[in-house]
Write a protein that binds this ligand. Structure first.
Ligand code: ZN
Length: 310
């Protein structure tokens, strides 16, 4: 099959223009129209009063990890204009370049940052008051809850990308790009569990991985399923399914070194002191048994993962 031409993609981009989409972020409006998770996140983002800007007011280009505080404070998410340059190229060399060349432009991570904005609306007033966690651990775990949410949104937003065009545009708008195999597992998990239980499962997997734990053993995994899946027969099917287990384990595929490096910087930058591993030594299963902090967050955001009737 011939690789699609840049011209075709720019045409698709232009034709998709949507009032909630960003004109100069490649594929943004297209994904808004064709990816229901992307759309749900965007609609909620605007409802909460956030906006976008092409002005880098928070060193986003140089160090995005240090930008989040400013983003939340200003209620603005920066993005790069990655359309104008491609249009100039296309005008200069009509039909010369194909889609592989598009991948070389700077992507926008609006989906990830918007998810942070949305989850913050829930977390900002949340007191993780439990005698299970030290004050430092409470602060750290709130950051983990936020990051896990952004990771989950990006991961599950791979699901609706069932064409070359959707995948290519998604690659320009997300950190989490799945291989075909990973997407197949997620699809099977979705078919078995439905839109909200898969959200719960993937979210909890990212809580574990962002607390820098290794993959839970079978016993812990079984307890997690017991806590998340009320229906006994569905739970049994989930427990027996390789696809569900692989979907859960996907969160642990990111290199441990990378996770340690980014997490340790981010926690220190957020004013959290102490030994990283100690601060993140949160017994997530116990927390779910004794409190409803995690379950409440899941319930609160279920609607973002459900496809509304057109
Ligand atoms: Zn993040």
């Amino acid at each position: 099959m011939l690789a699609p031409k840049l011209q075709q993609f720019l045409k698709l981009h232009d034709e998709s223009e949507a009032s909630h989409g960003i004109k100069n972020s490649l594929g943004d409006s297209f994904l808004y129209r064709h990816n229901y998770i992307f759309k749900n996140i965007r609609d909620c983002f605007f409802k909460l009063g956030f906006t976008f800007t092409d002005k880098d007011f928070c060193h986003y280009t140089v160090m995005p990890y240090a930008s989040l505080k400013s983003i939340l404070k200003e209620k603005k998410v920066p993005y790069f204009d990655n359309v104008t340059v491609l249009k100039e190229i296309e005008q200069q060399y009509p039909r010369k370049f194909n889609c592989h060349d598009i991948v070389k432009v700077k992507p926008n991570y609006i989906l990830h940052e918007s998810s942070h904005c949305i989850v913050e609306s829930f977390l900002k007033d949340l007191q993780l008051s439990t005698n299970q966690l030290s004050t430092e651990s409470q602060k750290a775990f709130k950051l983990v809850m936020a990051e896990a949410f952004a990771n989950t949104v990006e991961s599950l937003a791979n699901l609706p990308n069932d064409t070359v065009e959707k995948r290519l545009f998604f690659e320009l708008n997300s950190y989490a790009i799945h291989t075909k195999k990973v997407n197949q597992n997620i699809q099977q998990t979705y078919d078995l569990l439905g839109p909200t239980l898969i959200f719960h499962l993937v979210y909890v997997s990212y809580l574990f991985s962002n607390c820098l734990f290794p993959e839970p053993n079978t016993k812990v995994y079984q307890t997690i399923l017991e806590l998340l899946i009320p229906d006994v027969s569905v739970r049994k099917k989930a427990f027996d399914s390789q696809a569900v287990r692989k979907t859960f384990n996907h969160a642990f595929e990111l290199s441990q070194d990378f996770r340690i490096q980014t997490t340790s910087f981010y926690l220190a930058y957020s004013g959290i002191n102490g030994d990283l591993f100690k601060v993140l030594q949160v017994d997530i299963v116990e927390l779910m048994k004794k409190t409803l902090f995690i379950q409440n967050l899941l319930k609160y955001f279920d609607f973002l993962f459900i496809q509304k009737n057109q």
